[in-house]
Design a protein around this ligand. Structure first.
Ligand code: NAD
Length: 469
């Protein structure tokens, strides 16, 4: 069991080049991350390759026991991990934030450890006999983003380990400490070489995606990087799971009770201060309830405190980095200049420390505005008026991404009919963005391909082999 100080001490490099990691809420230095090179990555892949056959040979039940023990280790150091996550990523301890994320990390690990994946007899009719098995793939590379660094790393690591693969993780250069700490805690119980972290920049990521001894790559990040990975993985015909960017639409039908849905609408859009892949990033509201929905949403938003994450009262934090802050600022300014109505927020404090951007609602904005068309990935929600559900569907489906979406209605069956017409990997009814370790999750269009979680997620970390005869 770690304290914040003992955890930080354990992940602080004793030798080699390092760089300072700063707290996005205060600008203070949190700690030092090692600067790993392509040579370090190659050495890690070699260790992972030599550890893989012994790990696979342990069998499902022993691997599962070790993974459950790793989940216990995370729980034992949960508060130290949450403190570090808050300091590095910026998200508050409370609300659906740092403590929630650490709990999700151990929860997903347990779910992957406990989910059976049996071989499947596909035919046995006296003439033919064929059984589909899932064998380990080998060494899996995992490249992650900075928004949910611990949880998303576990989404990639857990099914890979469960299926008998070894893993080399490359965290985002913005949040290396969180992933180093998580893996350090897990490695208190896992055998050596099975799970390693290499911190590094895009060059290290690019090497991972072209490495001849990486057999599968799990990638979560932007669509642009996903496209680069597809290209650089082509020569080795690497298997890929790509969870890429989104621009999720919410469609509010005319029969809603605005006060009843306002809180769920708020968290659907503003969880992790909007820095969430499957957050609601554009909201289409029927004309008949438009003003009431905007008013109720603004009332909820005004009640949600934003500030330094170590303050137990806050539930919203800063943007994680300057470039994300600049993207959100630019998009809101462009919307304002186009004549859209900034209902609340929109004026960040230029003098204060930290990348705080206030909770912002932008109403009466045109669908062709950049705040609607581009992924803002921050706390600024455009709300678009519509009068006909087909028009709302056309706008929702009009982009080349499709991660999640939501439909809001008092009539669940009517909502399901609309949901079936939305081009997205998941369409939630009367909520947005909730994930569950047993419910498959993945995008369509340029939001990527491959499924994570549950049985489908385990299959994605195995090589299918048919024994025919
Ligand atoms: P990013 O694509 O900039 O970086 C992600 C990771 O890719 C980082 O670790 C980075 O070092 C690495 N990388 C950069 N260039 C690379 C290359 N050429 N080859 C290999 N790796 C490379 O993304 P980000 O800004 O960290 O994350 C935000 C984006 O991620 C948003 O678009 C968001 O929607 C998306 N996202 C998607 C999901 C999902 O499940 N679909 C979840 C979280 C975030």
């Amino acid at each position: 069991m770690h304290t914040f100080d003992s955890l930080l001490a354990q992940i602080t490099p004793s030798a080699g080049p390092t760089r300072d990691i700063t707290d996005p809420a205060t600008g203070e230095v949190v700690g030092q991350a090692p600067i790993h090179t392509v040579a370090d990555l190659d050495a890690a892949v070699k260790r992972a390759a030599s550890a893989q056959s012994d790990w696979a040979a342990l069998g499902h039940s022993t691997r599962s026991e070790l993974m459950l023990a790793a989940a216990d280790a995370i729980d034992a150091s949960a508060e130290a991990l949450a403190q570090l996550l808050t300091r590095e990523q910026g998200k508050p301890l409370n609300g659906p934030n740092a403590r929630f994320e650490v709990g999700g990390a151990s929860g997903w690990l347990r779910a992957a450890a406990s989910t059976p994946l049996d071989s499947q007899t596909v035919i046995d009719d006296g003439e033919s006999h064929a059984v589909l098995h899932y064998r380990p793939i080998g060494v899996v590379g995992a490249i992650g983003p900075w928004n949910w660094p611990m949880m998303i790393s576990v989404w990639q690591i857990a099914p890979a380990l469960r299926m008998g693969n070894t893993v080399v993780v490359k965290p985002s250069e913005y949040t290396p400490l969180s992933v180093l700490a998580l893996v350090t805690v897990m490695n208190e119980v896992l055998p050596g070489g099975v799970l390693q972290v290499v911190t590094g920049d895009r060059e290290v990521g690019a090497r991972l995606s072209s490495h001849p001894d990486i057999d599968k790559l799990m990638f979560t990040g932007s669509t642009a990087t996903g496209k680069a990975i597809i290209r650089s993985s082509a020569d080795t015909v690497k298997r890929l799971t790509l969870e890429l960017g989104g621009n999720d639409a919410g469609i509010v039908l005319p029969d809603v009770d605005p006060a009843a849905i306002a809180q769920d609408l708020f968290w659907g859009a503003f969880i992790n201060t909007g820095q969430t892949c499957a957050a609601m990033k554009r909201l289409y509201v029927h004309d008949s309830v438009y003003d009431a929905v905007v008013d109720e949403l603004a009332a909820v938003a005004a009640s949600m405190p934003m500030g330094v994450g170590t303050d137990e009262n806050n539930v919203l934090g800063p943007l994680q980095n300057k470039s994300q802050f600049d993207i959100v600022s630019r998009l809101v300014e462009e919307a304002r200049a186009s004549g859209a109505r900034v209902v609340m927020g929109g004026n960040p404090d230029a003098d204060g420390p930290g990348y705080f951007y206030p909770t912002t609602l932008v109403a009466d904005v045109n669908n062709d505005n950049a705040l609607v068309q581009e992924e803002q990935f921050g706390p600024a929600l455009p709300i678009i008026r519509y009068s006909d559900v087909d028009e709302a569907l056309a706008m929702a489906n009009g982009l080349d991404v499709g991660l999640g979406a939501s439909v809001w209605s008092s009539d669940r069956d009517a909502a399901r009919e609309v949901a079936a017409q939305v081009e997205a990997g998941t369409v939630w009814i009367n909520s947005h963005g909730g994930v569950h370790p047993m419910i498959p999750f993945g995008g369509v269009k340029q939001s990527g391909y491959g499924l994570e979680f549950g049985v489908e997620g385990l299959k994605a970390l195995g090589v299918p082999q048919v024994i025919n005869g």
